[in-house]
Design a protein around this ligand. Structure first.
Ligand code: SF4
Length: 351
């Protein structure tokens, strides 16, 4: 089991992160703040997929009010994302935010930050502070010559220190960069210098395919060193994809268990069925099953059963015939077109 870096705990509504708590999966809504019903629907969908904390942009006072309306309808911790205006941070907290995300550096004067901290402290609401490579302060660019991992880590620690120095330590820190190397290095540096929980992710990772690869490469290196207490996979795609990606990354690293893991053969000259289509359908059909098992989808009856030995249940097919496999042994046959239905029947029996 991976040794996690020591961090203190932070309670975000009903979810506690830090310490030995599971790494919480989060995402952000992309509905318009005034579309209260659409936002509620999206949050429910994300929650069903496995999202544990949801962040909403709060760009205006109206948005803070809508945040409150959504808050009343959903039972998942909600984070308000604030830029520039400290009054929005306060309004979001008054409207039920379970956490706020601010950058003290862009909130304005220290007095304004102090007002935000006072409001958070009265309600014991955690504050996430952080830096992004795209908006790193000039001071750290000049100090290191350009945007560097060292500069990012130092800037994030400085932001956190502003609030720590006010006597409030209910903090989460994030460092974001779309440069995988820099992002990993910055996390390595900061994790040695703070015990505040870390929100990790590769920012602006890109569209679905590219973003998944970049996020997986970066997050594997960060999480693989025991760094990170909550994760957001940032994708230019439906936010639900961020949840599935986060779950897969955490599961591959054995940082979370649960869910159906689908393995499928890469196809070859012996493949006798539309395996690509079938594997896609199986992956889609099982993604919300409350089981912790491995399912194999194989492209031929000759080698498939043997190659599916490590899976709890498998299916293979070819030339019109399908087989259901358990631990490498064929347990029964079915018509090829019934493979998906027969697999789901097997899974239903296990629930
Ligand atoms: Fe090829 Fe069959 Fe192996 Fe799939 S299971 S890679 S079709 S030999």
């Amino acid at each position: 089991m991976l040794q996690r870096m020591k961090t203190h705990t932070v309670k975000i509504g009903s979810v506690t992160i830090g310490g030995n708590n599971p790494i919480a999966i989060q995402s952000m809504t992309n509905t318009k703040p005034e579309d209260v019903n659409g936002t509620i629907d999206q949050i429910m969908r994300l929650k069903k997929a496995g999202c544990e904390i949801i962040r909403l942009a709060v760009p205006t006072m109206d948005a803070a009010r809508h945040f409150g309306e959504v808050r009343k309808e959903v039972d998942i911790p909600m984070v308000a994302d604030i830029h520039f205006n400290h009054k929005l941070a306060i309004a979001a907290m008054e409207n039920g935010a379970d956490k706020i995300r601010i950058n003290p550096g862009n909130i304005g004067s220290l007095d304004k930050v102090r007002e935000v901290v006072k409001c958070a402290a009265e309600r014991n609401i955690p504050i996430r502070v952080g830096v992004n490579s795209g908006s790193l302060e000039k001071e750290f660019i000049e100090k290191y010559g350009h945007v560097t991992a060292e500069g990012l880590a130092e800037s994030a620690l400085k932001e956190a220190a502003v609030i720590d120095d006010m006597g409030y330590h209910n903090l989460v820190i994030s460092i974001k960069s779309s440069n995988v190397d820099m992002c990993v290095r910055a996390h390595e540096i900061i994790s040695k210098q703070t015990d505040h929980p870390l929100h990790v992710g590769i920012t602006e990772a890109g569209t679905l395919k590219n973003g998944l690869i970049k996020s997986s490469v970066g997050l594997t290196q960060i999480l693989g060193q025991g760094i990170g207490d909550t994760i957001r996979v940032s994708l230019t795609a439906d936010p639900i994809e961020e949840i599935y990606a986060a779950k897969e990354i955490l599961r591959a690293l054995k940082l979370r268990t649960g869910g159906v893991e689908v393995v499928s053969c890469p196809t070859c000259g012996r493949t006798q069925i539309d395996l690509i289509g079938l594997a896609e359908k199986v992956t889609e059909a099982v993604k919300d099953y409350p089981l912790d098992i491995k399912v194999a989808v194989m492209g031929c009856i000759v080698n498939g059963p043997g190659e599916a030995r490590e899976a709890d249940i498998g299916i293979a097919g070819g030339n019109g015939k399908g087989v259901i496999i358990k631990k490498g042994e064929i347990i029964r046959e079915c018509p090829e077109e019934k493979l998906l239905t027969e697999l789901l029947k097997e899974l239903d029996e296990l629930i």
